[in-house]
Design a protein around this ligand. Sequence first.
Ligand SMILES: Nc1nc2c(ncn2[C@@H]2O[C@H](COP(=O)(O)OP(=O)(O)O)[C@@H](O)[C@H]2O)c(=O)[nH]1
Ligand SMILES: [Mg+2]
Length: 351
Amino acid sequence: MQVRKYQAGTIKEAMAMVKNVLGPEAMILSTKKLENKGENSLFEIAAVPAGDHSSHTNLSSLGEVKSELMSIREMIYLLNHSGGTFERIILNPALTNLYAQLIRSGVKDHYAKLFLEKAGALNGVSTAPVKAIRERTIKAIMEVIEVRDPFTPRDKRQVVAAFVGTTGVGKTTTIAKLAAQLMLKAGKKVGLISIDNYRIGAMEQLKTYAHILGIPCFPAFTRKDLLFGLKRMQRTDVVLIDTAGQSQYDTDRIEALKKMMTNDLAISSHLLLSVATTESEMNQAALNFSPLGFQSYIFTKIDEAESCGSVINQIMRLRAPISYLTTGQNVPEDIERAHKGRILQLLLNKN
Ligand SMILES: Nc1nc2c(ncn2[C@@H]2O[C@H](COP(=O)(O)OP(=O)(O)O)[C@@H](O)[C@H]2O)c(=O)[nH]1
Ligand SMILES: [Mg+2]
């Protein structure tokens, strides 16, 4: 392995030198600021040409070494996408990697920066060991993630939960998965209601699932129907309410849905957001459905998403607990109760 060193007045210049000589696939081994007596600073990058870094490395440490290396291509990407944060942590390779993982997962730079700041990673020259700062950064991320399972309360009270979100996000499928899980794993008595206040005929799919599971399912075109259905299912443990026909752009319809469900009825709302959509669609849906006062997020289509940073961005923009994640089209398997560790894993490993 032939290590080469390049020096320049700024990290960017040094990086450009490495790129020109060794190519964009070259691997960075270290970056440091040299002690020099003059007024100008001097940076040094140590790198190896592409392909050279693995030739003499023993196999057991290869994975470890690889995860600490970063190609010039990635470094330049981060320099151009980080709004200044990257320059501040680049001299700390271990943190650079954590930061890079967050950015590659789609976490917005200002949130990534906030976590690093909270961990004390951006306070000039830190004396704390890198491992401790890394742990503190992860802790800062964990602190903003709140998980809760609103469908299996400890006490005996009945849960009535409406699933809201834009058409196609996975409401009906998620209700079917959850109904099955609650019945089979938690031994709950479950009932279903389908609110279809615009008579778009979205009932059949839910009815089919109810039939397979052998549980009651009532349609609700009006508030009166809804009250009737709830009354008939008084003895169930959980009533899951499907809502059809609202997209994030239909603010009037969302208002109408609110009118139908609120007042004296103790119905909680849960907002489904697809991780496979764009960040701005996700944000718009959350804002427009917020009059319903949703009590948890359910993030769907994790399996289709290239990365999961948008989950963190969303809870940073509008704080609410996460209850469930869905991971595929299979009913009832592809649903998971939200866990902090899993969300962190999605954030740091899935790129
Ligand atoms: N890949 C994937 N597809 C899903 C997931 N959840 C739902 N879908 C699919 O998304 C489509 C719309 O789902 P549906 O439940 O009808 O959405 P609704 O309009 O909100 O009721 C269906 O084809 C589902 O199979 C998921 O977690 N992953
Ligand atoms: Mg539906």
